[in-house]
Design a protein around this ligand. Sequence first.
Ligand code: HEC
Ligand code: HEC
Ligand code: HEC
Ligand code: HEC
Length: 486
Amino acid sequence: MKRVSKTIQSSLAIGLMALFGFAQSSFAGEAKEFEGPKPDLKIESANHTFAEKYPLQYNSWKATSESTEVISALEEDPRLVVLWGGYSFSKDYNKPRGHFYAVTDVREILRTGAPTDENSGPQPMACWTCKGPDVARLIAEKGEVGYFDAKWAKYGSEIANSIGCADCHDTTSQEFKDGKAALRVARPHVQRALEAIGWKFDTLDKHGKRAAICANCHVEYYFAKNKNAVTFPWDKGVDVDSIEKYYDEIQFTDWVHSLSKAPMLKAQHPDFETWSLGTHGKNGVTCVDCHMPKVETKDGKVYTDHKIGNPFDNFEHTCKTCHEQSKETLQARVKDHKKKIKDVMVRLEDQIVKAHFEAKAAWDAGATEEEMKEVLQAIRHAQWRWDYSAAGHGGHMHAPDVILHVIGTGLDRAADARARLAAILTKHGVPTPIQFPDISTKEKAQKVMGIDFDKEKKAKEEFLRTIVPEWEKHAREKGLLPADEK
Ligand code: HEC
Ligand code: HEC
Ligand code: HEC
Ligand code: HEC
């Protein structure tokens, strides 16, 4: 370990304040008052307008387009279709790819449906919130209520730029014009959430600021009942227990499961949370140290590599700046953590899938709400724990010990649900084990869960053929996108 003392030093500021001080504060998670329009706040969101002045940063940012692969998580693991039964995630869910594709991917995913005009479609505006810098610009223009309180298609023509410069930089500041980073968090709900955990952005040191910009999006959040505003459930802390407690206290439910009728929670992607609880987070090693290292051009010019992707692709500038081990050694270690986590994660999935089917069998046999109450709560908690560990995509790297513990406690909750269910089923004369249907492929699982994938797909194609080109035309006319590209 070459750089430990420096690392520890730099970690102190962020470590002490953060970890750390995830103290209770007077800030409620849900906004008491939303921010109105801010006509003086100018946000230049068009990524292409920075290509000429900042070629090194722009070109490396654009290189996130090289991560093209779309992998269906449902095909890889059809259990997910059952786990999310009755919720749109069971229709379509892909693994993440390059930042360049965020806008494309949210348009194409079946979860956003096929709106035919600005007031139709299943989802609210909130679904754009982590897709690009036009979001920050629109919130400044319309105010938070003006932005959040509308259907997803309402401003489809305004959200054209994928995750880019103005998501992380104050692009109209003098500092940025002078070639400095001028990092900024521009989304008001993110500023509020960071304050709630003692991370007031302007008072952070440079390490804190670097991690905080990723917390714009790589976090757990929910759509508050009030205006469907994106809200981070961090008031009690960012670990799995604290967030569960937060949701239980406000009795928040993302959806009711179609089989078990359990009041479910959907975890989003708590990467920031798990990172902060893991070894690197505790030592003040931030996302940027690994995913956006400083690199050098051939003629010795140092700049920040904006191609956010797998840090192992850039080993000399990432892990190697602190660790003495070889790439092979460290990569094998991470791979081993991944394999061990996957192994127990799948066991937890199997247990929860069975619990959903057994709960349905119990309802069908006449179980009462009173009998089922504790079961449903245990299923809710077990699946929350599974999702918290699964939805944070780099968890096996960022905090393997934390993730293993979360899965362990999830297995405990699932065992509790199934033990209670066995008693209820027996009481109602249902022989156990019950028969579980074949869910060995995505197609089979979606059939079991009553999803008409082809119908959804067809409606989506129509939307992509008719509505999206109109959106793009508007965006080009307005200068949000370059006029010349296809
Ligand atoms: C996901 C966040 C993110 C996005 C998107 C992003 N940057 Fe950066 N940028 C950073 C970080 C982090 C640094 C390094 C900050 C530091 O050194 O403290 C940085 C540094 C910079 C710097 C300072 C010089 C340097 O290379 O360190 C410039 C200029 C810059 N970025 C331009 C851009 C431009 C232009 C875009 C859009 C094409 C962009 N950035 C997109 C996060 C981002
Ligand atoms: C404005 C929201 C936003 C910000 C800010 C942001 N991300 Fe992302 N990130 C996303 C979304 C959305 C995706 C998935 C994109 C897709 O699959 O279409 C993603 C994907 C990724 C991936 C997967 C890339 C791949 O090629 O598979 C990594 C790694 C990542 N982000 C790291 C970071 C880091 C590190 C930061 C901070 C420096 C950051 N992100 C800032 C929203 C954001
Ligand atoms: C110590 C280095 C390190 C730090 C710090 C770190 N990451 Fe990572 N991250 C990695 C590595 C390495 C991987 C890929 C693991 C693998 O190869 O399986 C990864 C994976 C990811 C992925 C999943 C990418 C995918 O395609 O599935 C996301 C998203 C991500 N990181 C975001 C973040 C964010 C956000 C932060 C800060 C809150 C962060 N990382 C902090 C090293 C780091
Ligand atoms: C800025 C410095 C820094 C960078 C960059 C960094 N690490 Fe670390 N890493 C540390 C420190 C500090 C520790 C904790 C050492 C301790 O507790 O003794 C650590 C611990 C670890 C551990 C053991 C703890 C665990 O979570 O299992 C592994 C494995 C590891 N790092 C892998 C990586 C990999 C892989 C990368 C690159 C993707 C990376 N590190 C990048 C500083 C760094």
